[in-house]
Design a protein around this ligand. Structure first.
Ligand SMILES: [Zn+2]
Ligand SMILES: [Zn+2]
Length: 180
């Protein structure tokens, strides 16, 4: 059996988002994805002063539960995530590890007062997921603002990126996967 990336829904999240995300990663990275049994809302990570969830605490839990023999273990949540030094994060990953986590919360056009747009939402989710997967495969940030591995600190950065890795990052990714 070929290795795959396990996608694990965390808390309440629409199943069509998960389905479309898996198709996107398979198509753009050539990596097989499989769905993993969902995890409950991580109440242990809730910060009642920030009304957000501590992404590092959730990632730590995922590392503990990471299934063996896989290319990656990615949590997908609709909860708003933060790390203590930042206002929010779109995602987080173990550099050169296998676990990563993304949030759809700040990718939703509705949060910015824009009309619902599921294609734009999915485009942002796909970019964010591939970015974090890239980190988990050992890729660092890219200086090319059109590359998925460019660091997004605001949504405009994410929207400016192309939906793929630049040719350099893609080569590194393929090499890293071969090494696993
Ligand atoms: Zn990054
Ligand atoms: Zn790049």
């Amino acid at each position: 059996m070929s290795k795959c990336v396990f996608i694990c829904p965390i808390g309440i999240i629409a199943s069509d988002i998960i389905d479309r995300l898996m198709a996107c990663v398979e198509e753009r990275c050539g990596i097989n994805c499989e769905i993993y049994p969902p995890m409950e809302t991580p109440r242990y990570a809730y910060d009642d002063r920030r009304f957000q969830y501590d992404s590092k605490m959730i990632l730590k839990q995922m590392i503990k539960q990471c299934p063996p023999h896989n290319l990656g273990f990615m949590g997908v949540t609709a909860l708003d995530l933060f790390v203590p030094i930042l206002k929010y994060v779109y995602g987080l990953s173990q550099l050169d590890g296998r676990c990563s986590l993304i949030s759809t919360y700040r990718l939703d056009p509705a949060l910015y007062g824009e009309p619902p747009d599921s294609d734009l939402l999915m485009s942002r989710i796909g970019k964010t997921a591939i970015h974090e997967l890239g980190h988990s495969f050992g890729l660092t940030h890219c200086r090319n603002p059109r590359c998925i591995m460019f660091a997004s600190t605001k949504i405009e950065h994410t929207d400016f990126k192309q939906p793929t890795l630049c040719s350099t990052c893609l080569e590194v990714l393929k090499w890293k996967i071969k090494m696993m």
